[in-house]
Write a protein of this length. Structure first.
Length: 207
């Protein structure tokens, strides 16, 4: 089965997660021949309030959690249906007292410390420092003059939608083991999409 069909099948099964108390709602993404979902954008401290509210109001998420944090995923595919790129984001919610007048870094830093994005994209590849697949954890004060502010942690295995959802619910929300059965059905054969022999450090996904 192609990656394209696996991803579509997993998105169409999201309704099964509605019985998990943590989940507020789910949303099936736009499905096109060469991509599924929409990019959520690259969040910074400066644009967080704007992008968070844009994603929430446009329903650019697949999972909305009870605290109004979001899981948003985008997949692109080659002509033969294999994954060529993806963007998997966990977008933490903001305090109810935050608005456009007080959304500076000092007021939102605690709310967004668990922001997480996994990118798979050959563009910009640089051995060790910018691997084809990498994890952004938290937000960085990125500037063109100081790339040292950007830390990209290499991730070895290809991830499908239910893998990323499981990762977020387990690591951040401590999902009870009794709910693992929902995810076991969607286990795939995992294989590396980066050269792990080149790495001085990398993250391995296993469940």
């Amino acid at each position: 089965m192609s990656d394209y069909n696996i991803v579509i099948g997993q998105f169409k099964e999201l309704w099964r997660l509605s019985s998990i108390p943590l989940i507020l709602s789910h949303n099936t993404p736009k499905i096109r021949n060469d991509y599924i979902g929409e990019l959520s954008g690259k969040f910074t401290y400066k644009n967080y309030y704007e992008l968070y509210n844009r994603c929430l109001s446009s329903r650019n998420y697949q999972i909305l959690i009870q605290d109004e944090s979001m899981i948003s995923m985008y997949y692109a595919f080659s002509s033969d249906g294999e994954i060529s790129r993806y963007n998997l984001s966990f977008i933490p919610s903001l305090n109810n007292e935050i608005d456009e007048n007080n959304c500076d870094i000092n007021n939102i830093i605690e709310d967004v410390e668990n922001y997480m994005r996994i990118d798979f994209d050959i563009q910009g590849y640089e051995k060790i420092f910018h691997e084809k697949q990498h994890l952004h954890l938290g937000l960085n004060n990125k500037s063109q003059s100081n790339e040292k502010n950007v830390v990209r942690l290499p991730v070895a295995e290809k991830l499908y939608p239910w893998d990323f959802i499981f990762l977020i619910l387990k690591l951040i929300y401590h999902l009870e083991d009794g709910y693992d059965k929902y995810f076991n059905k969607h286990k795939q054969e995992y294989y590396n999409i980066i050269n792990v022999e080149d790495q001085i450090f990398h993250i391995k996904f296993k469940r």
